[in-house]
Design a protein around this ligand. Structure first.
Ligand SMILES: Cc1cc2nc3c(=O)[nH]c(=O)nc-3n(C[C@H](O)[C@H](O)[C@H](O)COP(=O)(O)O)c2cc1C
Length: 283
């Protein structure tokens, strides 16, 4: 989901790797079109996010009246007035709506897979029926994001996922969802070796990356840490945020006596005995 369309990004970042992330939406024809016509010709990987079939209750967003594009309310006007550079940039930009998922007017506004009040169709159920569009992916890699459960991880493997992302959407979807680092070991036990397993959520430092790798993840993804850099210093801020994380990784590996990330394993960690938790109904 992005204010830049795929074509827009392709024009400015012509080299691969170039990934396209998609939510499960009600209009399957539109989804197919997005993948076939707009995504597949340009993108080397399709990332299907499964944990946003409906928008979670985001209390801060509700309180602040977050919308895309921003509405001209009094609090927003005050915000604009105190952030002159940002406001001038926004006034000049043409990118104020979610362009990735914009549809031709005759199709109506694309809706997420489950509308409020409707019977919930778990995307996991569609996965089980092989309905996660793996067939359309063609030569591109297929990544399934938003896995928190070993059974869903197995389903993702069945659907041909080249990689899964253990993710709770940065804790933005469901209050009370388990942290990704705690569910990682059970998911690795279920699918390690059958697909790549990445993790995101709460990665703020190089040590966080190393902890996930040491537990067995093949890699980590980062959300807010680089966005904070972007907000503070633009492109240079993103580079700086990544440099800080890389440097912390380097130092921590040195202090743990490892020179190569491929040699980082559970031995560098002290994992509490009840780290994964004893959950009623655990598989
Ligand atoms: C402002 C914001 C927008 C996001 N938009 C998307 C999105 O469009 N698609 C998606 O799959 N995840 C989205 N996410 C979730 C991130 O991909 C990622 O799972 C999460 O931010 C990781 O947690 P972290 O922020 O603690 O690193 C978004 C997260 C944030 C903070």
């Amino acid at each position: 989901m992005s204010v830049c369309s795929i074509e827009d990004v392709a024009e400015h970042v012509p080299e691969k790797p170039f990934w396209f992330q998609l939510y499960v939406m009600q209009d399957e024809g539109f989804v197919d079109e997005l993948i076939e016509r707009r995504g597949r010709p340009r993108c080397s990987a399709l990332v299907l996010t499964l944990d946003l079939q409906i928008l979670g209750q985001r209390h801060k967003d509700l309180k602040n009246g977050l919308s895309t594009p921003p509405r001209l309310t009094v609090p927003n006007m005050l915000d604009f007035a105190t952030r002159v550079r940002w406001s001038l940039g926004m006034a000049r930009t043409t990118r104020r709506s979610f362009a990735t998922s914009s549809a031709p007017p005759e199709r109506g506004r694309p809706r997420l897979a489950v509308a409020l009040g409707q019977r919930a169709v778990r995307p996991q159920a569609r996965l089980a029926q092989g309905g996660a569009h793996p067939r359309q992916v063609g030569a591109a890699s297929f990544v399934i994001k938003g896995i928190l459960d070993p059974e869903d991880a197995r389903l993702a493997v069945k659907c041909g996922a080249d990689a899964i992302v253990v993710s709770n959407h940065g804790g933005r979807q469901l209050d009370g969802a388990l942290s990704t680092i705690r569910v990682l070991p059970s998911i690795l036990r279920a699918v390690k070796g059958e697909t790549e397993v990445w993790l995101d959520g709460g990665i703020r430092s190089g040590q966080d990356v190393l902890k996930a790798i040491a537990l067995g993840a093949d890699g980590t993804m980062i959300g807010r840490a680089y966005v904070h850099g972007l907000g503070a210093m633009g492109e240079a801020g993103v580079t700086r945020a990544l440099e800080v994380i890389a440097k912390e990784m380097d130092f921590t590996m040195a202090l743990a006596g490892r020179r190569d990330i491929r040699t980082v394993d559970r031995d560098i960690l002290l994992v509490p005995r009840d780290f994964e938790g004893e959950w009623a109904g655990n598989r």
